[in-house]
Write a protein that binds this ligand. Structure first.
Ligand code: 0L1
Ligand code: MG
Length: 269
């Protein structure tokens, strides 16, 4: 599948019905079967149509969008989930949690954590062929982040259109450590250790994210262009999990230690 092919097949009634279903699963933290069980012909473009319909509903209620994330950008994540195409998802301000804070688990289905590099943009990024260099030029600073993902699909079992409709499993995120200029370090080879309860769960380097995390941000810009969207200045963009994701439960403490960027942590209650 081409991550930029956005052909659509759903009529408006079915689009709204599927959006209702995703909205209910996210709001009540109840798992649902994957959407393609009912609509086997759903396309990637249909998945994004549901995601954007959901985003627009949330914005209409006063929630605020701060940016976007890339999902499934590392081989480890793709192998773990059996999906080979990177995706994007929107990030709302109220998904953020303070560093070291307690994150509730009772309003999530089956949370998992990922360590990622976050980019804060000082200039807009738009168009069909945004490059790594343009991403770095447009970046104000980068910051270490942990994403808490929570697929609303039973057993974390889904396919590409379904996971895209579920906003690429976005749930919570936290930033921390030391912000750093995009040219102050080699972003392609930063080491990271992801710890759970003080024990290393995974050790990797940022090259795992499409060779360079800025390439994942470029891909976000390209996918958004195909959807008629763009990254305005000030956007916060997460570039995707560097390692596979790990399940967490109440009582767990998670910390990601990044070379040169410090650490970011949170605990679950
Ligand atoms: O941020 C991510 O990589 C998540 C993408 C969706 C797949 C998943 O739930 O693992
Ligand atoms: Mg992620």
């Amino acid at each position: 599948t081409n991550p930029l092919s956005m052909g659509r097949s759903l009529d408006e009634r079915l689009l709204q019905a599927l959006t209702d279903r995703v909205e209910a699963a996210q709001t009540t933290a109840r798992a649902m079967p994957k959407l393609t069980d009912e609509v086997p012909g759903m396309t990637l473009g249909d998945g994004y149509a549901v995601q954007l319909a959901l985003r627009d509903r949330w914005l209409a209620t006063g929630r605020r969008q701060v940016g976007w994330k890339a999902g499934l950008t590392s081989r480890a994540k793709m192998d773990q989930m059996g999906v080979r195409v990177p995706t994007v998802g929107f990030l709302l301000a109220d998904m953020a949690r303070p560093e070291s804070s307690a994150v509730r688990t009772d309003d999530l289905v089956h949370p998992r954590v990922e360590c990622e590099i976050g980019f804060v943009l000082k200039a807009p990024l738009a168009g069909p062929d945004v490059t790594r260099e343009q991403v770095l030029e447009a970046t104000d600073f980068i910051v270490p982040a942990i994403e808490v993902i929570d697929s609303r699909y039973a057993g974390f079992k889904f396919d590409l259109p379904s996971v895209v409709a579920d906003n690429s499993s976005s749930a919570r995120y936290v930033t921390g450590g030391q912000p750093c200029g995009p040219h102050d370090l080699d972003l392609s080879s930063l080491g990271v250790v992801l710890e759970r309860n003080g024990e290393p769960q995974a050790i990797a380097a940022t090259a795992a994210v499409m060779g360079h995390p800025a390439d994942a941000v470029a891909l976000v810009a390209q996918v958004l262009h195909a959807l008629g969207e763009a990254l305005p200045a000030g956007s916060f963009v997460m570039s995707g999990g560097i390692t596979e994701a790990f399940a967490v439960k109440a009582g767990d403490f998670v910390c990601a230690r990044f070379q040169s960027l410090g650490s970011v942590g949170l605990r679950f209650v």
